[in-house]
Design a protein around this ligand. Sequence first.
Ligand SMILES: NC(=O)c1ccc[n+]([C@@H]2O[C@H](COP(=O)([O-])OP(=O)(O)OC[C@H]3O[C@@H](n4cnc5c(N)ncnc54)[C@H](OP(=O)(O)O)[C@@H]3O)[C@@H](O)[C@H]2O)c1
Length: 343
Amino acid sequence: MNHSNRTFKSWRLKERPLGEIKTTDLELVDDVIPEIKANEVLVRTIYFSLDPTNRIWMSDVDQYMEPVEIGDIMRAGGSLAVVEESNVEGVNIGEVVQGGMHGGWQEYFTIPESDIIKIPKDTGLPLTAFISVLGFTGPTAYFGLLDIGKPQPGETVVVSAAAGAVGSIVCQIAKIKGCNVVAIAGSDEKCDWLKNELGADHVINYKKENALEALKKTCTNGIDIYFDNVGGETLDAALTLMNKFGRIPVCGLISMYNDWSSVGPKMYRNILMKTLTVKGFLVSDYADRFGESLENLGSWVAEGKIKFKVDVVEGIENAPEAVNKLFSGENNGKLVIQTSKEP
Ligand SMILES: NC(=O)c1ccc[n+]([C@@H]2O[C@H](COP(=O)([O-])OP(=O)(O)OC[C@H]3O[C@@H](n4cnc5c(N)ncnc54)[C@H](OP(=O)(O)O)[C@@H]3O)[C@@H](O)[C@H]2O)c1
């Protein structure tokens, strides 16, 4: 099909942000919708994910992937898209697929046959489950907690950014494993949800209470696992109270993404004194085990043991402003942009 008259919008990186992302760091550009080649599909984005790591990808710092180049379409940590044209046998118009690394902050793109992953139909779940708990954030929680944290019944697990996309799933898996869960979050509403709906044993609003003092009161037997989503002062508070042979899965350091100049943890010495295991991980390290995690997460969701929230912001034009909700704490669950209607 000739698309010479049809265009799509995408956000391209214009300048590397200093501190918080400004809308002027990106540019909304119109491009002609590409023609598909043999063995390709053309897809229309329905949702794309906004992630704390977008801020890392915008920076020219040494990181786990190449930074996004100036002028390039902003990378997305996942998307869901509907097939509009297909040159691939067995892939039909109207089917929903994962965007994978092909779909950035953009309305249209193409996917080669080798990278097409269809979203299952008639699951009884909202489509947004496949860009949240059954997308990347669920497996992040699953492998970080189970593979590195190795939770045992009765152990105390502390989770930071606990009401967020990853943290909320960590809290619930830790409860499934019989742990005592202490959830740290930045508002009373988030703390109420964690305690009353997700079953956290203790909650700490770190914007109202000093995290270290609050952890001393709640973790009377010390901390066995600290699932770190934020780094900074919260990591220091947790390090102070870790038990011997404790584990710290380092999932994220969101308190530092806008400014890397802060110094390392003051309680670093406890890694030695308490013979801790502190291990960074990327969910992509576990790509060959995604199936296992999705099977278990899917069962727990179906059984009502895991609940999840998705914060949908409509309109591609709102992406640069919306991504900052992750840093202010205004997001209410997995943050996504919706660019077009579900089929
Ligand atoms: N390793 C991996 O493969 C992987 C994969 C996905 C995500 N991650 C990481 O996991 C973490 C959570 O990501 P997510 O996608 O689930 O986002 P999210 O938790 O849904 O949203 C981010 C939350 O972080 C909290 N936050 C922001 N700035 C903070 C600060 N200065 N101090 C303390 N808390 C702060 C806010 O919650 P409050 O209201 O509670 O402050 C905010 O809602 C991030 O660090 C991310 O980079 C890692």
